[in-house]
Structures are given as C-alpha cells and as structure tokens.
Design a binder for this molecule. Structure first.
Ligand SMILES: [Ca+2]
Ligand SMILES: [Ca+2]
Length: 409
C-alpha cells in the first residue's frame, strides 16, 4: 500500500514535470542585425560582416554572417541582455572598391547592454560600422590587475604594458606615445557613471571620434632612433625593478628589472624611485599621483603619435571643479592601437575608447588576481608571430592566469 502510494506519487510528479515542459516552452525571439558601411562608402549594406551576440549574464555567444542585404539573422534568441559586436575586415581590393583607397581596413561596431524582450515580430537593430587603417605596432600584453602580498595586501607596482612590432619592417619607436583613458571602468561604487565625456552635451557629439586621456608618456628620441625589429617587443614597466624581491612582493609574478622602459614620475618627495638600469619615458602629461598607476579595475590604453603635442586640445572634464586638471583629447586618426578592459562583462556602457578603435573590452575575474591579457597569435610565418588585430579587445586578447612579459607561454 505504502509502495503503491509512492509509485502513484512518482507517476504524478513525472506527469507534472512533462506537462510543465510542454505547456511552457522557453520563449525565444528572432533578432535581425543589419550591418551598414560608414556613410562615406559607396554601398550601404555590409555583406559578409560577422555579427556576434554575447549574453551578458553567462558570456555565451553566437555569431552570424550578414547576407547580401547586410542582415545577420539570429533565431531562437533567449530574452535577456546582450552585447552586440560586428566586424568586417576589408581587403585592399575591397577597400579600394568601397572607398577609393586600396588599403586594408578593419571595420567594427558595437552596441552594449541591448535588452531583448519577448516580442511576436522579429526585431531589427542597425549597426553602423566604423574603422581605421591598420597600424604596425600593437599592444601585445597588458598586466594591470596587480598581485597580493604574502600578508594579503594589494600590490600594484608590478603593472606593465608590452608593445609589439606586428609588421614586416623595422619600426622606429622614438616619439611613440602611450596614454591611459579618463573614466571609471564599471559600477565599482553605486554612484559610478560612464565617463562624462560620453554624456555631456559639450562632448557627446564627437565622443566616438576622440580618446580622452589622463596621462601621456613618450619614448625619447627623434627620427630613426629606437629601432624595433619585426616580431620584437618592448616592456614599459610602472617600476623597472624585480618585484619578486622580499622587500617588494615575493608573490609578484614578474621581474621587471630588465624592462626596456619605466614610467618614472619625478616628484620633490621622491615617492617614485628611479630604477637606474631602466631608462625613463618622457612624462608628457600627468594627472595622477605617485606613479603611473593604471586602474586595476580595467584601463583603456592607446598608443599614438603626434608631431605637435601642444596642438592637442586640453578639455575640462564636464561638470568637474576647476581644480581638476583637464584631459587631453587625442583624435582617432592619431591612434595606432588601443586596448580596453572594464570591470566585468556588464560594464559595456563604461567604455571609454571609441568603437572604431576597439569594438570590445576585456575583463579580469578580480582585482589583484595576477591575471594578464595577451593578444592572440593569428599566424606564424617562419619564427615571426603575426598577432591578431581586429580592433576588438574581446576577441583579440586572451586572459592569462599570470603575465608573460616578452613571451607567449
Ligand atoms: Ca615608476
Ligand atoms: Ca629609471
């Protein structure tokens, strides 16, 4: 009797579960993304564009390729919040047909935190691509997260950026500038908002054409100085010392005493030490405090060149008190390469770098996690690696458990 009851109960439960499954199918929608070429191109529909839909909740993604009408169709999309990115690599010939200039271009577009709701009719989203010609230097690795000391405190002096010659010719680094963007990396505090430059009526209209940076450092020299051979790289350290030393942080993953350059922030109180064996970059503009600390929550970085630094606009942060130093506005056209990291996968609205330069963003699991971001290898020719550069930090960079200065493993 007892077993019979249990058996009936089980049958009822199975029946209930299967009826549940039948009467409540997971609702899905169809999403059309229409990829458009920049308005200056002689065709509107960007066929062949790869469009990727990434769920912000679990980072799962699907990719579809736009058809002749420029439409990428996603069927069976679960309602939720998505980041949408689009990429189209134009060959020299394609760029020649579309723009009259036969020079390879990477086109990108992005729209973050798009809420897809259950609707009876398919939804269409237009994405306008924009892009820039490819530079020959790329940011190969960024180690910004820092590490924890044996006592459990935060250590961030071991940050570095590595720059790589991704071309087939020697590049002369003299005059190359590196800068970090202004703006928080996400909702670190409940009051955090995306950079004011993106929302203020003063700068909103041209926000996608410029990068607003807080600090600029430059490689000294002129002309054909500081040659860097194809496939070679340089390390720029916050401090060019062995961070694993007992007095610093034995847990640090890096010895940067052989770094090519360091950012020495000369101050009357000597709070930033000048490592004698590592040459110093020129400090062109500085709004920080003790050293060139790039935010451990995820920095935006650019490398660029200018013949006339003084001609760049200094722009006050909209709404900021007069005592706060203005930021430097670097036009996209000067930028050679960019990297952006944000706090987490939901931080897309906090992007500081224009989509044309970097359509995506990387993010670490945590601050002081020792995680590092390294550009993927696209192909190896002989012993020279050609690194992947589609102007999208989401896809071009891989997250590493530990940094790999001047190495790929
Ligand atoms: Ca320093
Ligand atoms: Ca030094």
């Amino acid at each position: 009797m007892k077993y019979a009851n249990l058996f009936i109960s089980l049958l009822l439960m199975v029946g209930w579960l299967s009826s549940c499954k039948q009467s409540d199918p997971v609702p899905t929608v169809t999403l059309n993304v229409r990829a458009l070429y920049p308005a200056t191109y002689n065709q509107p529909n960007a066929s062949g564009t790869r469009v990727t839909l990434t769920n912000t909740a679990d980072a799962t993604s699907t990719t579809a390729v736009a058809d002749a009408s420029g439409q990428a169709v996603f069927q069976g999309v679960l309602p939720g919040t998505y980041n949408i990115t689009a990429n189209r690599s134009l060959t020299d010939a394609e760029a020649g047909t579309l723009t009259g200039i036969a020079k390879r271009v990477e086109l990108n577009a992005a729209q973050n935190n798009v809420v897809i709701m259950e609707t009876p009719t398919p939804r269409t989203i237009d994405l306008r691509l924009s892009g820039s010609a490819l530079g020959n230097l790329v940011i190969k690795e960024v180690y910004y997260t820092g590490s924890k000391t044996p006592a459990g405190s935060n250590y961030f002096s071991d940050q570095f950026v590595e720059i790589y010659n991704n071309s087939t010719d020697t590049v002369f680094l003299a005059g190359l500038c590196i800068a970090d963007t202004y703006g928080v990396s996400g909702l670190i505090n409940p009051t955090n908002r995306p950079t004011e430059f993106s929302s203020s009526s003063l700068t909103q209209g041209t926000f996608q054409q410029n990068v607003y940076v807080s600090n600029i450092w430059r490689i000294p020299g002129t002309g054909r100085q500081r040659p860097l051979a194809p496939g070679q790289s340089i390390i720029i350290a916050q401090d060019g010392v062995n961070h694993k030393e007992a007095a610093l942080n034995p847990n640090s993953p890096v010895d940067l005493s052989k770094a090519d350059w360091e950012t020495y922030n000369e101050r009357p109180d000597g709070r930033d030490a000048d490592a004698p064996d590592v040459p110093n970059l020129d400090r062109l503009y500085f709004t920080g405090s003790l050293d060139w600390l790039i935010t451990v929550f995820g920095p935006g970085l650019i490398i660029f060149r200018t013949d006339n630094f003084d001609a760049l606009d200094k722009v006050a942060i909209p709404g900021a008190p007069a005592i706060i130093l203005p930021r430097i506005r670097v036009p996209n056209a000067l930028v050679i390469d960019a990297f952006e990291a944000l706090q987490n996968g939901n931080s897309g609205d906090f992007k500081r770098i224009p989509t044309a330069l970097d359509a995506g963003f990387a993010f670490a699991d945590d601050t002081y996690s020792m995680q590092s971001f390294r550009r993927k290898t696209a192909v190896t020719i002989g012993s020279r690696r050609v690194l992947q550069d589609t102007n999208n930090s989401t896809t071009d960079f891989e997250k590493l458990a530990k940094p790999t200065p001047k190495a790929f493993n």
